[in-house]
Design a protein around this ligand. Sequence first.
Ligand code: ADP
Ligand code: SF4
Length: 689
Amino acid sequence: MSEATPYSVLFEPVRIGPVTARNRFFQVPHCNGMGHIRPQAEAAMRAMKAEGGWAVVCNQETEIHPTSDLSPYAENRLWDARDIPALRLMTEAVHEKGSLAAIELAHNGHHAQNLMTRAPVLAPSDMSLDAAYPKQARAMDKSDIRDFRRWHRDAALRARDAGFDIIYVYAGHEMTIPQHFMLPHLNTRSDEYGGSLENRVRLTRELLEDTREAVGDTCAVAFRFAVDEVMGTSGMQAAEEGRAVVEMLADLPDLWDVNVSNWANDSMTTRFQPQDGYQNDHIAFVKSVTGKPVVGVGRLTSPDMMVSMIRKGVVDLIGAARPSIADPFLPKKIEEGRIDEIRECIGCNICVMADSVGAPIRCTQNPTMGEEWRRGWHPEKIAPRRDENEALVVGAGPAGLECALQLARRGYQVTLAEASDAPGGRVLRESALPGLGAWMRVADYRLNELRQRANVQIFTESPLSAEQVMELGIPNVFVATGAHWRRDGIGRNTMRTPPVIAADAVILTPDDIMAGTLPPDGPVAVYDDDHAYLAGVLAEKLAADGHKVAFVTPESLVSGFTSLTLEQHRVQARLLELGVDIICNHTLASLEPDAIQIACGYTGRRREIACDAAVLVTERLRETALYDALQGRGLTTLELIGDAAGPALIADAVYAGHMAARNFERPKADVEQEWFRREIMSLSEGASS
Ligand code: ADP
Ligand code: SF4
């Protein structure tokens, strides 16, 4: 950086043991559903972070041995030397872009089910698995501990050979053996590895010493440690044992990567934790205890907050997983003073969701995330236009906004028409609901650039008919007209047959409520056959507004999908705290003006819930009228995108808008070919080396 700016401090190099980070931006380990199954995809994704300015780029938890088999999840794997080439793809790609590569060695103990290897499961004490699988872990005896230390040491050497610069010992997220040993609610041993804190920390100390002894003069040794379990006195607390652990091990690692556990507390969604930097209070003490550099996280996207964290001595390195997913070029944008171009994470955890189902990572804000290798997408670069000059995008929801933005970047003259009085579509509507304010960043990021571009015209209050579209004379039309919620109760569990609805029953859809039509005073039933977040949010709003709310769902949990975004337990707790009556495993049978009839999903037994209105959150109907009417009118391009083509997540709408803009004017064969790009395993003999 040539001259001093308010952010210069963020670009100072930081020494980490034998290696040096070129600046303070540190992409901490994060899962991504690629791992050992899709190593080329992971390497390309990590390299993009390095190109975007992250001085240190970590991989994700890396199984060190078949007794830590996380199948069917696609984490990284380093069981033996044959795993080295796949990992080397990443280290070479990251080095090529001038950054350091770090590996998070992990043994997941009773968090691993060993479903593929069928190996015994290891833990400090006999206990159930940390999963709904009826199998128990066995307490590690002394020879297990010796084996574990050897496996970890050997994995560290293999990591060095794969080209990693920083090697982690990992005691966090309640997911690994070193942390399991530290926690008294998991470790009930009476030998020198149990009892006193010193005994419970012994294994971690040994791992740090073993790793240092194995690779210490070539690689830095990092320690990832959850200082607080956020369970109050029931768990480890930063003010007590968390601090004592840091004091005991203060200068043993070359780097402290500190956070809170479990994963749901570490990766809080904005719905339940709107404040960026929310871990600072927990981790701030660490730097006063150790002389070694400290990295911390907490959805850090604001450069001013980052500078203040450095100046106040909270951390030395700015850690990020989600902010680096939403914007791999965040450091570069800060360095170049392009602060308003930062694509801020909205804290929705759709990235986590993908990993939780074993699918490649995706991001609501960054549609290129996970497509760096397969489609060759770059978050900041896009091919210039070819022969066409102009495009019309109808609908300014997430799909239309992203499509318009990328078309504009490609150099087309873009007209964006929106029926309502403000752009944003569903993110504008949903962001007004409790806890979802950050959703609006999806529109804000795109509108910020669209409004500054000379080649873009945005029209609101412009509900276009097919005739009006034809009158505009723009030959390329992208229709992103969205979808609206059904009013007839048809959903996943109604077998395509609507429930019986009395003519005078008061029925509301989410669209009604978001448009300001609220139920009359009195009890309300919210029927959720969507199972994502919206019904839970609406129930929360109605209960907070003073309604007596019954939440009925055919699922066995409230907002079941939110388990995958790490917030289901919080959703259910919030509704319970608000006094919502939760009725699971029931489908909607009929609606009367003063009650709904519901049926048990198992027995079919009926019961009645008294209510003056029902809110039906079931399915959406696509808005295709304009698209249908434009067919056969001789347009060069007519493409239906986003929720109008298939109602789904906001992330899917953004992705669809991006895809349409990228593929505009590309040969169809090239586009089709990309669907088939995948990583095919070569057949091997299977012997270990
Ligand atoms: P998506 O998630 O696919 O972007 P949204 O429902 O968020 O879909 O946004 C669709 C947008 O399209 C809404 O803001 C809606 O007002 C707008 N829209 C629908 N029909 C028309 C139309 N005929 N002309 C202009 N805008 C339209
Ligand atoms: Fe942030 Fe959501 Fe993207 Fe994850 S998916 S990085 S939480 S915006």
